[in-house]
Ligand binder design. Sequence first.
Ligand code: WTA
Length: 657
Amino acid sequence: MTEQSPALDNLLTESRTFPPSEDFAAQANAKADMYAEADADREAFWAKQAERLTWDTKWTTVLDWTNAPFAKWFVGGKLNVAYNCVDRHVESGHGDQVAIHWVGEPGDTRDITYAELKTEVSKAANALTSLGVTAGDVVAIQLQMVPEAIFAMLACARIGALHNVVFGGFSPTALRARVDDAAAKIVITSDGQFRRGKAAPMKANVDEALEGAETVEKVIVVKRTGDQLEGEVPWTEGRDLWWHELVDGQSEEHTPEAFDSEHPLFILYTSGTTGKPKGILHTSGGFLTQTAYTHHNVFDHKAGEDVYWCTADIGWITGHSYIVYGPLANRVTQVVYEGTPNTPHEGRHWEIIQKYKVSIYYTAPTLIRTFMKWGAEIPEKYDLSTLRVLGSVGEPINPEAWIWYRETIGAGRTPIVDTWWQTETGAIMISPLPGVTSTKPGSAQKALPGISAKVVDDTGTEVGHGGGGYLVLDKPWPSMLRGIWGDEERYKDTYWSRFKEQGFYFAGDGAKYDNDGDVWLLGRVDDVMNVSGHRISTTEVESALVSHPTVAEAAVVGATDPTTGQGIVAFVILRGNAVDGGEEAIQALRNHVAKEIGPIAKPRQIMVVPELPKTRSGKIMRRLLRDVAENRQVGDVTTLADSSVMDLISSGLKSGK
Ligand code: WTA
């Protein structure tokens, strides 16, 4: 069984349950009989869900799994994803409905109706076409949460180009790796971004990233910070174009072309267990079907009535699936907020909920714990009575945070949906259904209707109630990844080799059944850390550290952290007597990691040590380092090549070395 962190232990003693209220159940989109319906005929169930979309050509086969693990869903079907998210709502008479209430960090706002969204997306699609972008080309997007980010993604979808969104906080090195791997032809970014009241450069970083990048033909720059950004925006004549100059003059008419259901929609990079990020590939029909289906049922979304807000960034899968595709396919009215939750004050989210009468709010446990730290008196000052469903995603939510969320934000009334899924799964897989499920603080509970998940032991045998092991998905699902960009073998290896015989998808998460058979997620079992809901691999941070001239060796672990879930703790051996290992040297290393990967990967703590604990075969025993990082008694050292190493490390740390 997997190593469990102490913070997760208390999850398993939780026994409170919260049945849905009768009123909620009566109006809920989800119905209890959906489970049986899906079990009776899974493919018929998914075919019915696919009917939510508008298809130009209907599929002939629901699922082709003959070339497993490469799935094809809705084979023979054709559709345009952007048409489904935009045009059809205008055509059905909802052009005046607000699609996006956009809120800028400095306080500027913009309401965008579906009619306006159609115009903006059409112009952007024409602009991309004018630059020679055609179906199958890759467009990289590094943008903060501005409306143009969404226009750009939908414009790509409209013309069949793949977007490759790179989180705004990623360093030039990380951006470059993602641009090169995907052979991006166009990069879309902004001059600068507002962060905590200040204008910070973006374009300058992109330029640094793109130096000598061979595939990039044009860089499109959204003007966001303008005069407020210090210094000139660096500019390469002939390559760089302002978004407004390029897009504004384009025709507002654009006829969407229908693409095959399996036409690639986007690539999104995520950390794996090696240093090299994986380009996760998603396609069209199945992805849109499952994101729309889950958004409708898990959030109980009612088009034209609800105001929805998912606080994720479009740089992550949650932003793709639950800001852009699922919600817009369902004709959502949603809030999109550009800034941080405490700018200019710690009540910013509640102020926005009050102003726009947000009814569905979807966020991450790390933020909930931050809100708890800031104090209940802050949300209590605002009218949050419009809220009716609260969601959580990204990491296990501890029962304390769950209860606080329900009581303080949800007035003890709203269902909480703890949604488990991954970049790879494309859409929510395990979650309660509001109005159906009696919820349990800390448990994601049950695979959704149409989805099958199991907890199995090392041999792939399902464990019994009360047992723990690995989470696997034992049946294909519509929004599953279709591969790793350019690396078929790595796809098979990473996800399908662990339980090859059984044909299970290995999620990389530890899990447990409680006595009712509900699923509790216990965190990653591989070398991937989860910091504030962001996946970062230990190897990635280790490679960044050893690329610094003063570092001889490095080992990184994720240590339990009360706010961020896990914090990055690095153990480094310095080279000779080059540096003293003092505060300054450590700060330089932290900054180096931020420069190599991005600020999100900055170690919380770096400890200089004389040795690292290794097995006889040279594998670093991270378990022991985690004990040190979490201030625990160091565990079993018998498999170490040199069992005195841990004493050496501990005494070195105590003496403050
Ligand atoms: C973790 C984010 C427990 C898990 C959508 C998974 C969760 C990884 C939950 C995927 C949850 C996500 N409970 N753990 N509700 N949701 N995780 O690709 O370890 O950024 O494998 O996708 O986050 O992270 P990713």
